[in-house]
Design a protein around this ligand. Structure first.
Ligand code: CTP
Length: 397
């Protein structure tokens, strides 16, 4: 645990105690600024061990302290300041905390605490985005009173000690099984854009989060992953091949090409069913009165994959407002998909844009399972579990 120079540093001993209660052995580092807010004595008492300080780093010793401390399974930065974020985002190593962070191999969790004006500053935002892109995790800051005088109610307040401890324990859980090793997984995500003229298009509010979650889970389980995505506002995932597309026809070409070597194809993309019959080369000026646009159907990619299925497992998604299970089962049968995850566009906090999802697994034979509402990542995990079951079943038959 690294404790940063923030008012929230006073909560660090409480986080330390909770982690120790959770059975975690914690080495603690305090930056010079942190020691202005919390004493070395209270940190070492809570950690039941010495505190790594810059003074200790520079005292003669047989090993390099930053390397010894970096042999941790995970790092958490409590009361992460703008300064620490900037240092880490730019590879600085001018104090023990930053030098250790440069050497840590395990996951890194930042728990920022700073005034909301600072947190919302573009420089801080850019540093956070950079660290996220490198796979660092972030917890908070939460919305709430910040500082002793409650100044700047808004973003800025650090997550509570129990939340931080729970997040660290989650990071330390055994890593995902490598049960997709050697498999190629193709995932489509996000919306398509069907241009009518050079500046106007038909699209939908798909965020791409579900597809990205499937791609990332497959990657973490050892698969080679091709993620074909429409325009979305999500950080670039690392360690997988990302193919960016616009229109459904481009999505089709990219998915069909990637699917040639695929073992599992998951179609989460919200494909526009229609495109303009004629794409106007020039911007269409407005005219008096009504206008109509002639639309023509897009190819159904999942159905096309289903016609030439080979040994692949095919998974679709569907959104229904009524008769969900029957319609989804009919869809799975029609498209020759192994199963479809049905979700409900009208549920708050799920499906379009949300971080959670509540889905029903529907097979072509009409059998179904309601899954509990959970994170999209957890839905992704269960989806891939089911795809592996289908694959094993097919090999057994
Ligand atoms: N899909 C596809 N190609 C399309 C349209 C959809 O591959 N042109 C895929 C989606 O990625 C999703 C599933 O098919 O996995 C959804 O089926 P779809 O028929 O689009 O569902 P709805 O649009 O809900 O169908 P309908 O409007 O007919 O109810």
């Amino acid at each position: 645990m690294i404790v940063g120079g923030s008012m929230a540093a006073v909560k660090a001993p409480s986080v330390l105690r909770r982690l120790r209660e959770g059975g975690v052995q914690v080495n603690v580092i305090a930056t010079r600024a942190a020691l202005a807010f919390v004493t070395e004595l209270s940190l070492s008492t809570a950690a039941d061990g010495p505190v790594g300080t810059d003074a200790a780093w520079f005292s003669p010793r047989p090993d390099a302290l930053h390397l010894a401390l970096a042999r941790a399974d995970a790092a958490v930065i409590v009361g992460a300041s703008a300064e620490l974020l900037a240092g880490a985002a730019h590879g600085h190593a001018n104090d023990l905390a930053l030098a250790t962070l440069l050497s840590v191999q395990g996951p890194v969790l930042w728990v920022p605490a700073m005034n909301n004006a600072m947190w919302n500053n573009r420089a801080v935002g850019a540093n956070v985005a950079r660290l996220r892109e490198w796979g660092h995790h972030f917890l908070g800051p939460a919305v709430g009173a910040f500082g002793t005088r409650g100044e700047g109610a808004g973003i800025g307040r650090m997550a509570e000690p129990e939340t931080i401890a729970a997040a660290v324990l989650e990071l330390l859980k055994p890593t995902a099984p490598r049960d997709l090793d050697g498999l190629h997984v193709v995932v489509s995500a996000g919306p398509t854009r069907e241009y009518l003229d050079p500046v106007r298009f038909i699209s939908n509010p798909s965020s791409g989060k579900m597809g990205f979650a499937v791609a990332e889970d497959a990657r973490d389980r050892g698969a080679r992953v091709t993620l074909v995505t429409g325009p979305v506002n999500l950080p670039e995932p690392h360690g997988l091949e990302v193919v960016r597309i616009g229109a459904a026809l481009e999505l089709r070409d990219a998915v069909i090409r990637a699917a040639q070597t695929a073992d599992i194809v998951v179609m989460t993309a919200a494909v526009a069913d229609y495109r303009a019959a004629e794409l106007k080369g020039e911007k269409q000026a407005k005219v008096a009165g009504d206008v109509s646009v002639h639309l023509t159907p897009n190819p159904d990619i999942l159905a096309e994959l289903g016609q030439n299925k080979g040994g692949r497992v095919l998974v679709g998604f569907a959104m229904e407002t009524h008769a969900g299970v029957e319609r989804a089962a009919a869809k799975a049968a029609r498209k020759n998909a192994d199963f479809i995850l049905l979700n409900y566009p009208t549920q708050a906090g799920t499906a379009f844009g949300g971080d959670d999802n509540q889905v029903t697994l529907v097979r072509a034979d009409g059998t179904f399972e309601d899954w509990p509402r959970t994170s999209k990542r957890e839905v992704a995990r269960r989806l891939l579990d089911e795809a592996l079951r289908v694959r094993a079943q097919r090999t057994a038959d």
